[in-house]
Design a protein around this ligand. Sequence first.
Ligand code: UDP
Length: 322
Amino acid sequence: MKILVTGGAGFIGSNLCDLLLEKGEEVSVIDDLSTGSLDNISHLFNNPGFNYVIDTILNEQLMEDLISSCDCIVHLAAAVGVKHVLENPLSSIETNILGTETALKLANKYKKKILVASTSEVYGKHTHAPLKEDDNLIYGPPSTMRWSYAASKLVDEFTALAYHRTKKLDTIIIRCFNTIGPRQTGMYGMVVPRFIQQALRDDPITVYGDGKQTRTFTYVGDVVEAIYRLIKCKKGSGEVVNIGGTEEISIADLAQKIKELIGSNSEIVFIPYDQAYGKDFEDMMRRVPSLEKLESLIDFVPKTPLDEILQHTIEYFRARAV
Ligand code: UDP
């Protein structure tokens, strides 16, 4: 099978390319390197089953060439990271909405299966758990730019579902919950690489707010396994599916855990949200996925324990000398 991975030089994308090639699939990548990196895929350059092009998914002619010549598309290219989206609100909305519309339109034209990556951000500010795919979504006002991320990915979901309903496009939408692991960078705000790098340098570990907000972190290796199984799955077309972990942890406890695993002398400091993200910021206080639908479709849920994921990620950063 020839699989096109948009955003394939990114953190999840490049880990997916590794798995697909291991499984004997052929892989094409398109990535504009806005948040991805050639370092993530350079080890694949000599693999005969791999090819890549550095360009934007907004280049419709190129996308048409790539989509018409593949069997299936995993559409991961998107603006990522809360910090990145807050700093680049306009280009983030454009990439998320126009890029996905292009990918869906062409997937429909050539009748190719397409997995569209969405995000747990879409749920908004719920505090109940677990979050199920058919839950209501709760957002704040548009003056709080964070919600533009959720809203733009929600438009992607609606567009994919509309293609499925009106044109019978074979599409699955995945909502990824805080994926972590090797190759994730802290440059766009993600908490785990930031805490690990701070702890390895004995710098202060910066917990935003009171640290009582919680997340469930998912190992990237488990996420790409789930994506692979969904590509091969005959069921699930026209469905929205959560992909996430099961261990809920507060951000303050996460800071302490990373400090202990590294044996760091870092101090843990608490930074008000307005200093971290500017004014008009709202955080999500809790985010725990229901995995029932995922399990029923592919007989697999992410189970790698948090300590093990953190150890892998710490080793990755140690090897790169921070
Ligand atoms: N966070 C933090 N310190 C940092 C970066 C992030 O305390 O240096 C917090 C952030 O405010 C949020 C959580 O960690 O409550 C997860 O943030 P991330 O950006 O990784 O993902 P999110 O779940 O917000 O999309």
